[in-house]
Design a protein around this ligand. Structure first.
Ligand code: 5GP
Ligand code: MG
Ligand code: MG
Length: 183
């Protein structure tokens, strides 16, 4: 992949930087058309969504605002429990706003289904979800996702904001971590 220092840590490359950017351009055109004449507040979920947010925001040829939330799912490292704690809340008042949650990945869907309901309860005019990746085979709850970049197999992926033990977020593409790294 793009970074030599991670080469031995990857089982394979899943999505290249070019493929990610092409997909974001596609999603941006849909979003521009769907939100024509409406305000748009992008809400990024820290920290994984930082790269998606930065690239999606720049792919959009329109006015947007950005705000950020940090949440943590209780439970052990790689398994989401569905109990979500807000570590950093939004600065914006959502009353009457059109909110688009920007996420890196939907795995069980528990975090996002909680977050969507939470933001809807604050009086937003609309709350939709844009995620770069989704693992259909891992879903535990139905989540209504309006914009999805790629459906991927149920494997642990890293790069483009996604970490393993806080590393690999700065990889430009997305790859599958080699088992020897975490075994
Ligand atoms: P969910 O609540 O949908 O199960 O979990 C969502 C969160 O779990 C994501 O925002 C992400 O932080 C983490 N996660 C889920 N799958 C993966 C994965 O394959 N790789 C990485 N690095 N994080 C993941
Ligand atoms: Mg995330
Ligand atoms: Mg993580």
């Amino acid at each position: 992949m793009e970074f030599e220092h991670v080469e031995g840590d990857l089982a394979k490359t899943l999505i290249t930087e070019d493929e990610l950017h092409a997909k974001l351009d596609e999603l941006a055109r849909q979003i521009e058309s769907d939100y024509q004449g409406k305000d748009l507040l992008l809400v990024g979920v820290l920290r994984g969504a930082v790269m998606v947010m930065a690239d999606l925001a720049r792919a959009l040829n329109r006015h947007i605002e950005m705000d950020w939330m940090a949440v943590s799912s209780y439970g052990s490292g790689t398994v989401s429990s569905g109990v979500v704690r807000i570590l950093k809340d939004l600065d914006s008042d959502l009353t009457g706003r059109n909110v688009l949650i920007v996420e890196d990945i939907i795995d069980s869907g528990l975090t996002l289904s909680w977050l969507k309901a939470n933001l809807e309860s604050r009086g937003a005019a609309s709350v939709e979800i844009c995620t770069m990746l989704r693992k259909p085979d891992a879903l535990k709850v139905e989540v209504d996702v309006k914009y999805c970049g790629f459906d991927i197999p149920n494997e642990f992926v890293i790069g483009y904001g996604l970490d393993y033990a806080e590393q690999y977020r700065n990889m430009r593409g997305i790859g599958v971590l080699a088992p020897h790294v975490y075994q």
